[in-house]
Design a protein around this ligand. Structure first.
Ligand SMILES: [Zn+2]
Length: 149
């Protein structure tokens, strides 16, 4: 999956602009109780003490996770709400687009996770996450064409 993502990013100036991953230091996970200042546009002023210390990933390619994607009609951008839902239903992530489909036909949801559903959320990983999800979907269908029948 990693090489197909790299090819898609390199395709044009537009794809490089919109789908390249931000620098890894921009992947900041904050303690769920921390509150992003409401008037701040970026997390540049959010203290390093609020960050969850994590091991640096050696493999930078997107990793698939399999499990519950909570679907609803509101954006989750509160760390405490995220944690409460994670503990209650085991949600790995949250999304808003698939909820309406459930009544109409069988489906699976494939999402690229681009933020931590907390008050610090921003859009800088959206393009790359969307590309990762599209790449995964393409590979899934290539290997399992019977899914479309
Ligand atoms: Zn912040």
């Amino acid at each position: 999956m990693g090489s197909s993502i790299a090819l898609a990013i390199r395709r044009t100036a537009h794809t490089r602009q919109n789908f390249s991953p931000p620098d890894p230091p921009n992947d900041r996970l904050f303690e769920f109780q921390s509150r992003h200042p409401p008037t701040a546009d970026t997390c540049d002023g959010c203290p390093a003490e609020w960050e969850v210390k994590r091991r640096v990933r050696e493999d930078k390619t997107p990793q698939p996770h399999y499990g519950i994607i909570a679907s609803g009609n509101a954006v989750i951008k509160d760390g405490e709400t995220r944690e409460r839902l994670r503990e209650a239903i085991g949600a790995l992530c949250f999304e808003m687009e698939a909820a309406g489909l459930m009544q109409d036909f069988p489906y699976i949801v494939i999402r690229g996770i681009c933020d931590y559903a907390d008050s610090h959320k921003d859009k800088q990983w959206q393009g790359y996450a969307a590309l990762a999800a599209a790449s995964y979907t393409k590979e899934l269908l290539r290997r399992n064409p019977w899914i479309l029948v």
